[in-house]
Design a protein around this ligand. Structure first.
Ligand code: MN
Length: 275
């Protein structure tokens, strides 16, 4: 059963994550859901999920999606997630995936590949996204054909794919993860705000990651969440990337992209995305 791996990895007495059940049956041509969850766990990554046949096909993208067609973002396929997971945002206090989940983007997707099943088997799925931050045409492609330097045979793990933006009106040389780093579910919340009032005290001595950059990030976020909880947040500063960052792109086209991302209060209509 499609969600068996999802179920096996989790103890639903201890995690607030949704239980393993299938989503709605869709009619042909009906809009499908997609989301990207920014997940600070043992490492920061972005979980990219496409609704298909009642579950969310899932890939962990370490660097996150890029709207720059020059970037090929590694995407490791992970276990299918339940449809209900798509709007999940919160704190996984312990166990598998322990950390903070932010709903970074969501919306609808539609295949551009004729036969989605065949495209998935082949490892080359073309599609359009219509989210708050991510829009337009994309491809996710399996890396199995790439030669590996050491063996000369196909390189990359069997579950490794690349997520790539196609050139269109929604592409541009902007780092979308830096430009728009915050939640689309809890307006403009960052990790500390999602964590606030949940488990920062528990994690103070035992964060999901301790060493390195991720450990340092957890430390900062936990401290900020604790200070917010105790009403001392006057000195804390929220990241202002969405407001102040001016990507050094120097052209009108990128600025257009920027304002499009900035003004994206809700996923654009299908018509707008197709323009
Ligand atoms: Mn994850």
């Amino acid at each position: 059963m499609a969600l068996e791996d999802y179920r096996k990895k989790r103890n639903f007495e201890k995690t607030p994550e949704p239980e393993a059940k299938l989503g709605p049956k869709r009619k042909k041509g009906e809009e499908l859901f997609f989301c990207v969850q920014k997940h600070l766990a043992s490492h920061l990554h972005y979980d990219f999920r496409l609704e298909w046949k009642g579950v969310l096909l899932s890939w962990a993208v370490p660097k996150g999606p890029s709207i720059d067609p020059k970037d090929k973002r590694l995407a490791m396929q992970t276990e299918d997630h339940p449809y209900d997971y798509g709007m999940f945002e919160g704190v996984i206090p312990e166990g598998y995936g322990a950390g903070i989940v932010m709903l970074w983007d969501y919306g609808t997707w539609e295949p551009e590949s004729e036969d989605v099943e065949a495209a998935l088997r082949k490892g080359d799925l073309k599609f359009r996204l219509n989210g708050f931050k991510l829009k337009g045409s994309w491809v996710i492609v399996k890396t199995h054909g790439y030669p590996s330097a050491s063996s000369g045979r196909g390189g990359g793990a069997p579950n490794s794919w690349l997520l790539i933006k196609h050139k269109d009106d929604w592409a541009g040389p902007v780092s979308i993860t830096e430009f728009a780093p915050l939640s689309v579910k809890t307006p403009d919340a960052d990790f500390a705000e999602i964590l606030q009032g949940k488990t920062p005290a528990l994690w103070h001595s035992n964060a999901p990651a301790k060493g390195g950059d991720t450990g340092a990030m957890f430390k900062r976020i936990i401290e900020r969440a604790l200070s917010m909880s105790s009403g001392q947040n006057t000195t804390t500063k929220k990241t202002k990337a969405t407001k102040d960052t001016k990507p050094n792109t120097g052209n009108a086209r990128a600025a257009k992209k920027k304002s499009a991302a900035k003004s994206a209060k809700k996923p654009a209509t299908k018509r707008a995305a197709k323009k």
